[in-house]
Structure formats: C-alpha cells, structure tokens
Design a protein around this ligand. Structure first.
Ligand code: CA
Length: 233
C-alpha cells in the first residue's frame, strides 16, 4: 500500500507544490485546509506522516500538534514562516519531528519526508531478538514495535526524537555519549544549534520521567563530555 501523507495547509499554491512532488514519489496525499477536523480524521483514518502548517486559519499548528501527540505517534513535519516560531520548534517542546521554513524547496521537503519514514520503518521492523525489552532491575521497558517506552509500568509520553534518545541510553547503560555522538545516532541531519537541540531534548525527557516518579532522574550529566544513563543491575 502507498504511504499516506496528510498535508494540513491553507495556501493552495503550497499544497499544490508539495502534492505534485510527493505524488511523483509515489505517495498518496490527503489535504486539509483547516485544523479543526484533523483529530477526528486521524481517529478513523491512517496517515504515515503529517506535514503541518503552523499558520492555519482556525488553530495554531503547534497547538494542533500537541493535540495530535496526545493520541498518535505519527511523525510530524512543521511548515513555519516566522522566526519566532522557529525558536519554539527548534526546542521541539511541541513534539514535532522536523520543520522546514517558508519559502522551501518541495524536493528538500520530500527528502525529509523520506528520511523520517525510512527511520520509522527501521524501528517498526526491528527484529524481536534485538529488542532489549525489560532488563532485570530496570524500571524501563522498550517496545520497539510500537515505538513506546514504559517506566515503572507507565507509558512515557515522548516525541520521536525523545523516544530515540531515551532508547539509545537504555540500551547502553553506563556509557557516556557526547552530544555529537547522540546527534549522529539519532538525528537524520545534524542541526546547526546542535548542543542546544540535544540539551533541550534531554531536559524534556527528564521532566517527563519526573512526572512519572517525582525526583526520578536516571540521566547523568558529565560536564564537558555529555550524558550517560544509570546502570540497573
Ligand atoms: Ca498558512
């Protein structure tokens, strides 16, 4: 079956450009001009990836992204037009997977779509034998089929990059990862504000784990070196 991309964007010229390039790559495209029906659409329809404009007529795309994230792990790429939006998106406090700034090249967007979908596929088909699952003594369980991590039996509500980062740590407890290595292992393309991006994600993960258990912080900061994960023996 063709992979289905949902485009949520109100500017017809942009929609047409994206549609043309993605259809020529073999994707099936569904378009929504406003945000209000997107959640109900996703409740009863499948999408492999969402391209989401921040400046929608009826709702801010970042708010919509948060609502989508409450229920769905579908990868999301933002379309942004303003630099003050970019700052919030780069911190990725919202849970998006990537963003492009307008004006953008539809080919470049298509390349990012494919990169994200390739990675999603890799994780979906991860052989069960390599799934670390539950390690004795660890409160974590990694479900690579559903791209889900539980901590003390509660699901940790993670964005895609947060999930990938936390999984990397859980698999190699005790190992110190530099920010460069983490960026290399987890992100498709290095970002310019590399240290800030990794740090922002680590901060989010810590906050989410503390929400599950107050004071719980298995991530160790090594000043000038990077981060490691506590060993559970
Ligand atoms: Ca718009």
């Amino acid at each position: 079956m063709n992979q289905r991309i949902l485009i949520v964007e109100d500017e017809p010229a942009i929609v047409d450009n994206i549609r043309y390039v993605l259809e020529s790559e073999g994707f099936t495209i569904i378009c929504h001009e406003v945000g209000k029906d997107v959640i109900s659409f996703l409740d009863s329809n499948h999408a492999d990836l969402i391209i989401l404009d921040i400046g929608l007529p009826d709702i801010n795309g970042m708010e919509l992204c948060k609502d989508i994230r409450k229920k769905h792990l579908i990868p999301i790429i933002f379309l942004t037009a303003r630099s003050d939006e970019i700052d919030r998106v780069v911190g990725l406090e919202i849970g998006a997977d990537d963003y492009v700034t307008k004006p953008f090249s539809p080919r470049e967007l298509a390349a990012r779509v494919k990169a994200i979908l390739r990675r999603t596929e890799t994780f979906r088909h991860f052989p069960a034998a390599e799934n670390p699952g539950q390690t004795a003594g660890s409160p974590f369980n990694v479900d690579e089929i559903r791209c889900r991590i539980t901590c003390f039996s509660k699901i940790v509500d993670l964005s895609r990059y947060e999930y990938l980062l936390l999984k990397t740590f859980i698999k190699k407890p005790g190992r110190v990862f530099s920010r460069d290595i983490l960026m290399d292992m987890v992100w498709d393309e290095p970002e310019s504000s590399m240290d800030r991006t990794v740090d922002a994600h680590i901060k989010n993960i810590r906050a989410k784990l503390k929400k599950i258990k107050s004071g719980f912080d298995p991530i160790v900061t090594h000043r000038g070196m990077g981060y490691s994960f506590k060993e559970y023996l």
